[in-house]
Design a binder for this molecule. Structure first.
Ligand SMILES: Cc1cc2nc3c(=O)[nH]c(=O)nc-3n(C[C@H](O)[C@H](O)[C@H](O)COP(=O)(O)O)c2cc1C
Length: 186
């Protein structure tokens, strides 16, 4: 399991997308944590980290270059094959990262994400937990016909609550557990 979709993933594998290409992101750590929760719930999942995207994908894989970048095609296939996805979304400039929008723009238009079931988790340094970021992203998914789970988890002040590779906040742990179960039942 890593950022590049080399392993076999089926349509029943829940894809956990790390919504930034920033190296060593907190979002990646939360994605790994979510993967552990899904394992405990006996659901197959796979962490897809945008750090693994080809660095030139905005100029070699979008628009008139659709389909021409094998590295990007792998990411696209994994996402478009999946029925369920989790987006771990860091708050950048009071929204979600631009690279995530570029990634979504690289999916098949207009139906690449249609009818998929999606859970949203926000991660922020401040006290908002990415609330607006998730709201912005939810608008995009609504437009694309992607079904988002009502329970959105907002992990505010993440650097206070994540220490030594563990989440030291009972409410956060409970909400993530609840959301993961709801996604399985969705
Ligand atoms: C470009 C950029 C913009 C950011 N903007 C915000 C922000 O608007 N609000 C906030 O609480 N944190 C902001 N942060 C901090 C991140 O939310 C914080 O690093 C958190 O750990 C999640 O991001 P990460 O997954 O990249 O670590 C920003 C970080 C970056 C790199």
């Amino acid at each position: 399991m890593n950022g590049t979709p080399a392993g076999p993933v089926s349509e029943n594998t829940i894809i956990i997308i790390v919504g930034t290409n920033r190296k060593h992101s907190m979002s990646r750590q939360i994605a790994e944590y979510y993967h552990t929760i899904l394992q405990q719930l006996h659901a197959d999942s796979y962490v897809l980290d945008l750090t693994g995207l080809p660095s030139d994908f905005t100029t070699t894989a979008l628009y008139e270059n659709t389909g021409k970048n094998p590295g990007f095609n792998q990411f696209k296939e994994v996402v478009e094959r999946a029925r369920k996805l989790v987006f771990i979304v860091p708050e950048y400039n009071n929204s979600y990262p631009g690279v995530l929008k570029a990634f979504i723009d690289g999916m098949s238009y207009p139906n690449g994400l249609a009818n998929k079931k999606v859970a949203l988790v926000g991660v922020s340094a401040n006290h908002q937990g990415g609330a607006l970021a998730l709201s912005h992203l939810n608008d995009i998914f609504s437009y694309l016909g992607t079904h988002t789970l009502a329970l959105r988890v907002k992990l505010a002040q993440i650097k206070v609550h994540w220490k030594d590779g563990a989440l030291h906040n009972d409410l956060y742990r409970m909400l993530l557990q609840q959301q993961a179960q709801q996604l399985i039942d969705f």
